[in-house]
Design a binder for this molecule. Structure first.
Ligand SMILES: [Zn+2]
Length: 68
């Protein structure tokens, strides 16, 4: 359901952030930065961060619902 959401993947070597979609991350285990550094992807960790964003949105919706 989040497959089209974009996540920034920071490069530990040059600091450049590459945007990748969740769907892409699920099907790849690493990506190679423009500087040539291979960044290993931990899909679980990246997606856990995304889950927290989803929870925050849920809470927001709940709060808005109360106001209405
Ligand atoms: Zn880099």
């Amino acid at each position: 359901m989040f497959d089209s959401a974009e996540i920034d993947i920071p490069c530990p070597q040059c600091g450049h952030k590459t945007k990748k979609t969740v769907g892409w991350i699920k099907t790849h285990h690493h990506h190679v930065c423009g500087c040539g550094f291979r960044v290993d992807l931990d899909a679980d960790e990246l997606l856990a961060g995304l889950g927290q964003v989803g929870k925050t949105l849920d809470n927001l919706r709940r709060t808005v619902g109360k106001i209405e």
